[in-house]
Design a protein around this ligand. Sequence first.
Ligand SMILES: *[C@@H]1O[C@H](CO)[C@@H](O)[C@H](O)[C@H]1NC(C)=O
Ligand SMILES: *[C@@H]1O[C@H](CO)[C@@H](O)[C@H](O)[C@H]1NC(C)=O
Ligand SMILES: *[C@@H]1O[C@H](CO)[C@@H](O)[C@H](O)[C@H]1NC(C)=O
Ligand SMILES: *[C@@H]1O[C@H](CO)[C@@H](O)[C@H](O)[C@H]1NC(C)=O
Ligand SMILES: *[C@@H]1O[C@H](CO)[C@@H](O)[C@H](O)[C@H]1NC(C)=O
Ligand SMILES: *[C@@H]1O[C@H](CO)[C@@H](O)[C@H](O)[C@H]1NC(C)=O
Ligand SMILES: *[C@@H]1O[C@H](CO)[C@@H](O)[C@H](O)[C@H]1NC(C)=O
Length: 465
Amino acid sequence: MEFSLYPRKSHLFRFHVLVVVGLLMSSVRGGGSEEYRAINCRKHSAVLTDFGAKGDGKTMNTKAFKSAIANLSQVAGDGGAQLIVPPGKWLTGSFNLTSHFTLFVHKDAVILGAQDEAAYPLIEILPSYGAGRDGGGRHASLIFGTNLTDVVITGGNGTIHGQGQYWWDKFRADKLKDTRPYLIEIMYSDQVQISNLILIDSPSWNVHPTYSSNVIIQWLTIIAPVGSPNTDGINPDSSKNVLIEDCFIVSGDDCIAVKSGWDQYGIKFGMPTEDLIIRRLTCISPDSAVIALGSEMSGGIKNVRAENITAIDSESGVRIKSGVGRGGYVKDIYARGMTMKTMKYVFWMTGDYGQHPDDGWDPKALPKIENINYRDMVAENVTYSARLDGISGDPFTGICISNVKIGLTEKPKKLQWNCTNVEGVSSQVTPPSCDLLHPSKKVFNCPFPEDKLPIEDVQMKICST
Ligand SMILES: *[C@@H]1O[C@H](CO)[C@@H](O)[C@H](O)[C@H]1NC(C)=O
Ligand SMILES: *[C@@H]1O[C@H](CO)[C@@H](O)[C@H](O)[C@H]1NC(C)=O
Ligand SMILES: *[C@@H]1O[C@H](CO)[C@@H](O)[C@H](O)[C@H]1NC(C)=O
Ligand SMILES: *[C@@H]1O[C@H](CO)[C@@H](O)[C@H](O)[C@H]1NC(C)=O
Ligand SMILES: *[C@@H]1O[C@H](CO)[C@@H](O)[C@H](O)[C@H]1NC(C)=O
Ligand SMILES: *[C@@H]1O[C@H](CO)[C@@H](O)[C@H](O)[C@H]1NC(C)=O
Ligand SMILES: *[C@@H]1O[C@H](CO)[C@@H](O)[C@H](O)[C@H]1NC(C)=O
């Protein structure tokens, strides 16, 4: 090529053209050297297009994802592999991950969930639930993994789009036989990382780590219409040693919903969610909670530490949801440093949450709710400061609330703190709390543990694509 218009600059210009073309080609192949942080880097690398994928938004790529991952699973024992999803729109049904594996979604890549029930095979019901959460059987999630060790789903903030409208419409019209797929579900796995992704319009829950340990979830942007059904952000379920940080979530249900199984099935399975950190979360959830504990908590929830949370236009801050039949426990819960604006409730505890998997639930299975600590919070434009309902004959105990300033809406409710069947203490709370939380002039700090959990010590490595 010769550009006579700028003869003296042509050399430089040609160099630029080459660099630009080179960058385009390498980024199209995904082979440019992008750096990312992960629990482990991989020895082997492949691009989705090596396996016949087409990023036109129309071609189904389920086969390509499956054969790529089957192929790369062969090197799991030899340093593992990363699969690059390059720029493009990659339509696919459900596929399964493998161990010692990284799925890397390029910033200009969109994984599109197929709008077709048959593209999400039916898999076993979760043993701790005993039933699909929407009833019927259970569709596999778009991205699914079970019995894995060391699995990473990350990217340069690439997108996973669930095209959920199809599912929401059918769900609302009662036209689905089986429980909707989630966007990402990882079961029975150890060393899991899900980070630097944009998740849009999940058919139902977005991220569901269950029966897993050592899980790091960070830098997720999760977006679903605020009216969409059950589009919870992140649901740590019967999992241990979990870190959730630096996430932004707008959703039609709870931003974070901590769970551990449902009624008699959860009690029998007996696997708690414990040692969970949630920090630097921003949440918008007009119809639900910023952080919900339950309602499925029958395997127990303990040692949850929430810190530096921002909530805007949400129904409640931290909410405990339980009821007769759940059994289990919610204990050793710590939250501090929450900033909230436009809230229906700042604090909400519900002791009569309904919904049972079937008629086999045990009316004698009462949940134990104890040692709940909230401190250092500011809220404005609030309708009700608190609604705290324990269970008659099974009070929620050891509640400690300190240093909380709540500013009210123009037309606040008269009864700001409505407490029944709860026991605890409070200090420096405005408007003043209820008598059941013995308001004290003595200043005390409700405890927040100073020790670190093992998941905070994981060293991330710098990897490249
Ligand atoms: C899959 O793996 C084998 C090694 O077992 C390799 O020879 C082959 O080229 C791979 N296939 C593709 C499409 O990359
Ligand atoms: C993924 O794994 C599950 C559990 O092993 C299995 O039931 C399902 O059929 C697999 N899905 C695909 C798409 O291979
Ligand atoms: C996964 O692990 C669980 C618990 O150890 C076991 O019950 C199940 O059979 C395993 N599933 C597969 C597909 O290996
Ligand atoms: C991804 O988004 C986060 C903010 O959510 C930003 O801090 C980070 O730099 C972005 N990473 C890339 C590779 O663009
Ligand atoms: C929480 O915010 C405070 C005040 O900005 C800061 O000092 C602290 O380091 C933050 N902690 C975490 C875990 O982000
Ligand atoms: C305050 O909250 C009400 C709902 O209770 C909302 O309509 C209004 O826009 C909020 N005001 C501000 C300034 O955010
Ligand atoms: C207070 O809570 C109780 C028990 O949940 C409820 O029945 C009652 O209607 C509430 N009172 C007000 C004034 O909101």
